[in-house]
Design a protein around this ligand. Structure first.
Ligand code: SF4
Length: 262
């Protein structure tokens, strides 16, 4: 925790107050993770004017799904879904992967099977449903997002860029560290999701073969063994294709030069 937590909290509260002063319609991109829970807590004074939006990919597991849905008792909660089941999208575009040979990407298609960059999968299955909802709003609106600078994920400009121009994107905890969030959660007694003790980071898409982390694997091994098997198999399959291509290229590079052969 930084010593400046009270200042960070005050700045976030002020940013949220300003947003609600300027917008009639404010959404929170809600996952049930610690960051969106922190923002939800900060938005408590505006509870009646806030709408939570959760994109249910169908890959979050029963307990996490029940946890997120339980907020519908106190808040306006919109549950969105991808255009079609994620596994069906994978069948056409390939399973998502972090490391993949370009020859296997759709549009290149030099080799099969297809793999897709995880960003494409997230774009189709998580961002697009949110985009469609926001685009359908009659007038300007705002969306709160728990992205933080420390995550080194999306930037404010990048997040604004993928949403309609009529949508103001607000990242009220952008400057908070992990330690700040955890300290605030403890200080305020904010309830955490059911898998927090084993896997405190993002609880979404547990069955994702691309965005693996040791803690997520531990969680799958403990509570979702069938999904753990799937994630290992699919993840290794994609890695195997990448490794095979890398070895093939390495072998070419290792061949003696024409000059040395002569
Ligand atoms: S987290 Fe994984 S499975 Fe979920 S949308 Fe993103 S890439 Fe696809």
């Amino acid at each position: 925790m930084t010593a400046a937590l009270p200042d960070l909290v005050a700045a976030s509260r002020a940013a949220i107050a300003d947003l609600f002063a300027r917008h009639d319609r404010v959404f929170l991109a809600f996952s049930g993770g610690k960051d969106s829970m922190t923002i939800l807590h900060l938005c408590e004074p505006y509870r009646d004017r806030l709408t939570l939006v959760w994109v249910n990919t169908g890959l979050s597991g029963d307990r996490m799904t029940a946890f997120v849905r339980s907020f519908g008792d106190r808040f306006d909660l919109i549950e969105l879904a991808p255009e079609r089941p994620v596994e069906e999208q994978w069948r056409e575009h390939g399973i998502p992967a972090v490391v993949l040979p370009l020859d296997h990407i759709e549009g290149v298609d030099f080799r099969s099977p297809r793999l897709q960059p995880w960003l494409s999968c997230c774009g189709a299955n998580r961002v697009r449903p949110l985009h469609a909802l926001l685009e359908a709003q009659a007038g300007p609106c705002a969306v709160l997002n728990g992205q933080r600078q420390q995550d080194q994920g999306g930037t404010p400009a990048g997040l604004s860029g993928v949403l309609p121009a009529t949508v103001e994107v607000s990242l009220p905890i952008w400057d908070w560290t992990d330690a700040d969030v955890l300290a605030f959660v403890e200080q305020e007694g904010i309830p955490m999701h059911p898998h927090f003790a084993v896997s405190p980071s993002s609880p979404e898409c547990l069955r994702c073969p691309a965005i693996g982390s040791r803690e997520k694997m531990n969680l799958l091994d403990r509570h979702y063994p069938a999904d753990a098997v799937f994630v290992r198999q699919a993840g290794r399959y994609a890695l195997g294709l990448a490794a095979a291509r890398a070895m093939e290229l390495d072998a070419i590079l290792a061949e003696p030069t024409t000059q040395s052969r002569a």
